[in-house]
Ligand binder design. Structure first.
Ligand SMILES: Nc1ncnc2c1ncn2[C@@H]1O[C@H](COP(=O)(O)OP(=O)(O)OP(=O)(O)O)[C@@H](O)[C@H]1O
Ligand SMILES: [Zn+2]
Length: 569
């Protein structure tokens, strides 16, 4: 038994997440956490909302609410949807927590003590009308790169170029529309990442088992151009973690906050403290290598745009502190899931969002499709045709039909209990041996976090049961040899709890229904397949379950495709 710390990239607070966000971070992290728990490992699975920064302030302003209230409301919304999607966090925290505030200020203090923070004078856009500096998205204007007129101060949505507010042509305030903007001097803190380039580079080079997507992005930032750059970690905003040097005031930094990308990953640690404070357990055992976290294996999940911050900036904070914090052991990153010929977009309301998804189908349908099509080696695309096809085939025809067919057949010929007669023959032994190998391969793929491959192995395990039924045809056998048919049915019924346990990380609700119908306790991972397949003894009573998965009709598909073609208001 090992100890696994798992974190998902923390979802930003300014709206309900779309299916791309889900499959790029929280969902595969949940798959892995659930899998490791079934294998008997000790798991701490953490996630939180990422609440600071200008997009939250702007979204709150748009909603006409104080930003703290807005974040509290959106946190509740996200926590509820996550729960309904079966995301099995041990704790779902908030980056605006007191714990994170203290830790963020602590890290800034020790980094400064270690000479890794530089105070710089910068000239930034100031608005007379608004009486404040205008960082990031508080400025809009024309993109110097492509001429798009509504480019934001941090990025152009049209050509995706990363920008600084002062790059914009004809800048205007997003708050008031004011154009009486001027450059004013202001003081900021820079994290001297460039000083740590050698250390970070050695560390990344040592991670030969990481996904290529992860290491290639890290190496690009380490080596392209002039190499790793220092990074501003403060902003002239009011919403955020106030800049302090540990517990002490930081002269010249009054009224400023840390940049959201500095405090957000620190929330992974703070979240464990929140978990402890909520009655969870000892957080330091998971995070401090001087307090028992030495044997913890730490895995992070995220989409590709988050990789630079997790491979370089956050490790710079951790390593630079010189304190015994746990460093990440493995970073599983994902490409993008696109929506029907374009991109998912929260700001433009394009695609299917988590709440809408659950309005039309239960979580397991989405979990299965998303995970079995996870954008691992390249970007992937959600289309309604593909969604319909895989749900109908994998879940309804292969798994659902197997369960329904064999339980109903047993009820009609032998009653609602496992039949006793007959013995396993060659075909049964062959299936048991085949499943033994397949389950081992499935476990290996899950251990390696190869999400699509795991789904394919699982689907093949379900299909093997169907092929067995098809070939042995107990309904035909029954006419000439009812005892042989009884043995066939007994084996097939025993496949149901096996399938349920193996599938639980992917489709937890259906799995629980299958176990309930077969009246068995979840005993975790089946270590020995021959034993698992004789678990339901003769006479063991069961219930024919309700339909596990309904097929998606062409009408539904067309209806949904139309409903989700536009943008969400
Ligand atoms: N289309 C996508 N496919 C896969 N992962 C994605 C996609 N878009 C975002 N992600 C990932 O989702 C996680 C949560 O993202 P976050 O809440 O910060 O939203 P975001 O990156 O601003 O995206 P958006 O603006 O589209 O909502 C991050 O790990 C991010 O990399
Ligand atoms: Zn542009």
């Amino acid at each position: 038994m090992a100890r696994h710390l798992i974190t998902s990239a923390i979802p930003y607070i300014n709206g309900i997440k779309h299916l791309g966000n889900l499959v790029g971070s929280q969902l595969p992290a949940d798959l892995y956490a659930r899998y490791l728990r079934t294998r008997g490992h000790e798991v701490l699975f953490l996630c939180a909302t990422d609440e600071h920064g200008t997009p939250a302030e702007l979204a709150a302003a748009k909603a006409g609410k104080p930003v703290a209230d807005y974040c509290a409301e959106m946190y509740a919304v996200q926590a509820d949807i996550a729960q309904r999607f079966g995301l099995s966090f041990d704790h779902f925290g908030r980056s605006s927590s007191e714990q994170n505030k203290r830790l963020t200020q602590h890290f800034a203090g020790v980094l400064a003590d270690n000479g890794l923070i530089e105070e710089v004078e910068q000239r930034q856009i100031y608005s007379e009308t608004d009486g404040r500096f205008l960082p990031d998205r508080y400025v809009e204007g024309t993109c110097p790169n492509c001429g798009f007129e509504d480019a934001r101060g941090d990025q152009c949505d049209n050509c995706t170029k990363q920008l600084d507010p002062e790059d914009l042509i004809d800048p205007r305030s997003t708050i008031s529309g004011a154009t009486d903007l001027e450059m004013r001097a202001t003081k900021h803190l820079m994290l001297r990442q460039s000083q740590m380039r050698g250390q970070l580079s050695d560390w990344i080079e040592s991670k030969s088992d990481w996904p290529l997507l992860t290491t290639s992005i890290a190496k690009k930032w380490l080596n392209d151009g002039d190499g790793l750059q220092d990074r501003g970690i403060t902003r002239d905003l009011s919403w955020g973690v106030p800049v302090k040097r540990g517990d002490a005031e930081w002269p010249g930094m009054e009224g400023k906050v840390f940049y959201v990308w500095f405090d957000a990953p620190i929330e992974y640690i703070a979240c464990a403290q929140e978990w402890q404070d909520a009655g969870g357990g000892d957080w330091a055992r998971w995070w401090r290598t001087d307090k028992g976290a030495d044997d913890v294996r730490y895995t992070q999940f995220m989409g590709k745009d988050n990789v630079p911050f997790h491979t370089l900036s956050f490790p710079a904070t951790i390593i630079g502190s010189g304190e015994p914090w746990k460093l990440v052991d493995y970073i599983k990153s994902f490409n993008y899931l696109n929506y029907d010929g374009g991109q998912f977009s929260t700001s433009r309301g394009r695609g299917v969002f988590m709440d809408q998804a659950l309005e039309i189908l239960p979580a397991d349908y989405w979990r299965w499709w998303l995970l079995s099509h996870a954008p691992e080696t390249s970007d992937a695309e959600f289309t309604w045709e593909n969604f319909q096809a895989s749900v109908n085939k994998d879940l309804a025809d292969v798994l659902g039909n197997f369960v329904s067919r064999i339980t109903k057949f047993c009820r009609s010929k032998f009653g609602e209990a496992v039949p006793e007669a007959g013995a396993f023959g060659e075909a049964e032994e062959a299936l048991i041996a085949d499943l033994g190998e397949r389950v081992a391969r499935y476990g290996a793929a899950m251990d390696a976090m190869e999400v699509r491959k795991s789904a394919a192995e699982l689907r093949a395990i379900w299909a093997a049961g169907n092929e067995y039924l098809q070939a042995q045809a107990p309904w035909t056998t029954f006419k000439t040899d009812p005892d042989a048919a009884a043995a066939q049915v007994r084996l097939a019924l025993n496949l149901i709890p096996l399938y349920a346990q193996l599938a639980a990380p992917f489709i937890p609700d259906a799995s629980a229904k299958m176990l309930a119908a077969m009246r068995v306790e979840d005993t975790g991972w089946p270590d020995d397949i021959p034993t698992a397949l004789t678990r339901l003894a003769p006479g063991h009573a069961f219930d024919v379950p309700e339909v596990l998965f309904a097929k998606i009709t062409d009408e539904q598909r067309e209806d949904w495709a139309e409903r989700f073609a536009g943008v969400r208001e």
